[in-house]
Design a protein around this ligand. Structure first.
Ligand code: NG6
Ligand code: CA
Length: 537
């Protein structure tokens, strides 16, 4: 796979990244390398944080991070759903290049195969202690649909660079509802072996569909009517679990406790942490102590719980005296959704709150609400400006090459083929926009965003998400072009700008084909148009 992705053009990019790496290495002796913590929320929208304009919910810990670091207003996830977004961020390769990267079932085998070079490999090879916590959603084990959950998994996150992991295989609304620690079920209960199927129920097991009387915690609004765990029905069927089953109200505590322990144990060594919260994904069932503190019901409470988790990570760094040399990056995997399948009253309790802020669409969507996400970066010792707002167009796809530059590490040829070193932009020290960013909607429609325009490829999808969430998809059978000043993507000006549409479509085709020469001739190569300051950290 890696080899097949390697083109001469990409080799040139790698070479130029290597030159930049060399400079970064000169500037960052091994002993001073920062710890790196990526805090990755789930379905947290552009407008969901107080420091991004939210009025109905307070997020003091995230606000603090923004005050002490740089807040980005034009940063993008690569996809409008979790699995492809996380795949791209962790590998530096667009998910649409790789099969099986749509929203994964909970019994998917590992989607990132061990031979793929990941962000965790990069840190691991640089001598970091590496870790992942919380939502995974990229498959575990080697047998899709047929994994034996009662034995150690033959492959897991340890095979793609994570020294320690404590994760949920998929999402909170998908079975199996247990944590996986490294390569086995955490807190395994030998009295209650775990069986999982996404095809059929297990004899005698209740489901949300047939036994709604057992749904004492939350009922579905659409889908989510299969196995019942903790009084909530899920996607998929499972049997067993016993004391290993999670309680939804304790998920944030559990993930955060494990992360804090890892930080404490590794405070003396450089460490990398992928801290992926379950908040604010459905089912939203936060702990009692976060409930009722805002007028938005459980969706607001889940944001409060997310903010609390952030606070615990930041406080831990402070108490160990390592905050100054820890690079913290906070973001979200995709845009927000209000009713995503549970009857949690999120819709009726919005009370004027707009989860996407001023953006149109949301999770799943080709509109900006699907992929423009909050990004906050803090690293006092590394000179990330405090209290700054950066409007620079940029994408999570570039985190991997930028981290390679930060570490002074050369990635193997062909690794992270779509990732470019934009380190000074990632660190808020340069505001040079990426020439374009590419965004994938849930039906795989691609959009291209430049600093001035947004183009959505024509496609035959429906105007609204068809299975329940009230979200405009942004799909249309004709090209769409929106001016950057039209932040709500309301006026399709494609008919007035056929040349612009043609050029933007050609850029997408060139990226699809990995055709660097075509990108160069379109003056659209992130490699040839790097930010002026990208050479120096
Ligand atoms: C959808 C689920 C939704 C959510 C989403 C994935 C139904 C009806 N809806 O299929 O609830 O789980 O997948 O979300 O099943 S994501 O953030 O992990 O991509
Ligand atoms: Ca998500």
């Amino acid at each position: 796979m890696k080899k097949s992705m390697l083109t001469a053009a990409m080799a040139a990019v790698t070479a130029s990244a290597a030159a930049q790496n060399a400079q970064a290495a000169e500037k960052a002796p091994r002993s001073e390398r920062p710890n790196v913590v990526i805090i990755f929320a789930d379905d947290l929208g552009y407008g969901d944080l107080e420091c991004y304009g939210a009025k109905n919910v307070s997020t003091p810990n995230v606000n603090r991070l923004a005050r002490q670091g740089t807040r980005f207003t034009n940063s993008h996830a690569t996809a409008a759903t979790s699995t492809p977004s996380r795949y791209s961020m962790l590998t530096g390769e667009y998910a649409w290049r790789h099969p099986d990267t749509d929203v994964a079932p909970g019994d998917a085998g590992m989607i990132i195969r061990p031979e793929k070079y990941t962000l965790a490999d990069l840190f691991h090879n640089a001598g970091y202690r590496t870790s992942a916590f919380g939502k995974w959603h990229l498959g575990v084990g080697d047998k899709t649909g047929k994994q034996d959950w009662n034995a150690p998994l033959p492959c897991a996150l340890g095979d793609i660079g994570f020294d320690y992991s404590y994760i949920m295989a998929a999402t909170a609304d998908r079975v199996p509802c247990v944590f996986i620690e490294n390569n086995r079920i955490a807190n395994y209960d030998p009295e209650a072996p775990v069986y999982v199927s996404y095809e059929r129920n297990f004899e005698g097991e209740p489901t949300g569909k047939d036994n709604p009387e057992l749904l004492f915690n939350q009922r579905p609004s659409h889908g989510h009517d299969m196995s019942i765990v903790n009084g909530i029905s899920r996607i998929g069927y499972m049997k067993g679990g016993g004391k290993a089953l999670w309680k939804d109200e304790n998920i944030a505590d559990s993930i955060t406790d494990h992360a804090v322990k890892f930080i404490r144990e590794n405070a003396d060594a450089p460490f990398f942490m992928y801290f992926a919260t379950n908040d604010v994904h459905v089912p939203r069932f936060p702990h009692d102590r976060f409930r009722g503190k805002n007028p938005m019901g459980v969706r607001g409470d889940a944001i409060v719980q997310f903010d609390w988790s952030v606070g615990r990570i930041l406080d831990t760094l402070d108490s160990l005296g390592i905050a100054n040399n820890t690079l913290v990056i906070l973001s979200s995997d995709n845009g927000p959704v209000v009713d995503d399948g549970y009857d949690d009253r999120a819709e009726e309790l919005l009370n004027g709150h707009s989860p996407t802020g001023h953006l149109r669409g949301g999770k799943y969507s080709a509109f900006e609400g699907g992929t423009r996400v909050p990004v906050i970066v803090r690293w006092p010792k590394g000179g990330v400006p405090a209290g700054k707002t950066s409007t620079a167009l940029n994408s999570q796809i570039d985190w991997m090459a930028s981290m390679a530059a930060l570490l002074g590490e050369r990635m193997p040829a062909g690794a992270a083929p779509d990732s470019y070193n934009r380190l000074p932009v990632v660190l808020g020290q340069s505001d040079e926009p990426r020439p374009w960013v590419l965004e994938q909607a849930s039906n795989k429609t691609l959009s291209l965003r430049t600093p001035d325009w947004k183009y959505i490829q024509p496609n035959g999808g429906p105007a609204m998400v068809p299975w329940g969430p009230k979200i405009e998809t942004g799909y249309l059978d004709r090209p769409q072009l929106y001016s950057d000043s039209d932040t709500g993507e309301l006026h399709n000006v494609a008919p007035e700008h056929p040349e612009k549409v043609k050029r933007m479509d050609e850029i997408i085709q060139a990226v699809r084909k990995n055709d660097q020469a075509a990108l160069d001739s379109l003056h659209a190569s992130p490699a040839l148009a790097p930010c002026k300051n990208c050479k120096a950290k």
